[in-house]
Ligand binder design. Structure first.
Ligand code: PXP
Length: 246
């Protein structure tokens, strides 16, 4: 199956917020990404609004013609926003104020009751939910149990692993995806965090259950040098190289 590329445009907003200017606009960036072949746009509306703003999400909801994935914490404030804007997907992520980026996956097993209720509330608003989890069998099983439609496997450890450790981190992703496929055939399997042009091809090749990737920082970084449309095309090509090796 073709792997969708969802571009996370948070870091266009990071650059804008660094100066408090109206530019560069992540909404403009999202439209260029779609034009270059992205299959979806992802944004993380953080409680502290450090990059993406409410105005960005509202405009993206109007303008994105592919799919809009809203990453957010499982908080009351975010529930109200998501129920009003109705993104195509919500991805629930853990959020800590002091972290530089999302550092670990959700502890679904440890907060099952609360998450089940939250997923139910989003479901009543017509919004399917993905849970961002570490590639851990317990978290995969807990995600299915609380009613998630999808899981996004955290690839941060794989991305950060130095070469001798890379196969072990890839193995963890492979086994989590294989378990999910075998035990929960309807669960959609995505992945993301820390993916680059150097590590994405092997991931796609070795984890054939993946149907979607969320990629932000490295793609926006590449865009500084080659332009965002070219950066999207290069990531698409790297993903397709992995699909051919499946
Ligand atoms: N997926 C999730 C759930 C994330 O929180 C992030 C970072 O916001 C990403 C994917 C994208 O990670 P990166 O910016 O490292 O590509």
């Amino acid at each position: 199956m073709r792997v969708s590329l969802h571009v996370n445009v948070d870091h266009i907003a990071t650059l804008r917020q660094a100066r408090g200017t109206p530019y560069p606009d992540p909404v403009h960036g999202a439209i260029l990404c779609e034009r270059a072949g992205a299959d979806g746009i992802t944004v993380h509306l953080r409680e502290d609004r450090r990059h993406i703003q409410d105005r960005d999400v509202a405009l993206l909801r109007e303008l994105v013609g592919t799919t809009l994935n809203l990453e957010m914490a499982a908080s009351e404030e975010m529930l109200v926003i998501a129920a009003r804007l109705k993104p195509d997907w919500v991805t629930l992520v853990p959020e800590r104020r002091e972290e530089r980026t999302t550092e670990g996956g959700l502890d679904v097993a440890g907060s099952a009751e609360r998450l089940e209720r939250f997923i139910g509330q989003l479901g009543s608003a017509g919004v399917p939910v993905s849970l961002f989890i570490d590639p851990d069998p317990e978290q995969v099983r807990a995600s299915a149990a609380v009613g998630a439609t999808a899981v996004e496997l955290h690839t941060g450890d794989y991305a950060n692993a130095a070469p001798p450790d890379t196969p072990a981190e890839l193995e963890r992703l492979m086994s989590a995806a294989a378990l999910a496929e075998e035990e929960f055939p309807d669960l959609r399997i995505a992945a993301g965090h820390g993916l680059t042009l150097r590590n994405v091809t092997a991931l796609v090749a070795r984890v054939p259950q993946l149907v979607e990737l969320n990629i932000g920082h490295a793609l926006v970084a590449d865009a500084v040098f080659v332009g965002i449309e070219e950066a999207v095309r290069r990531f698409r090509a790297a993903i397709e190289a992995g699909e051919r090796r499946r």
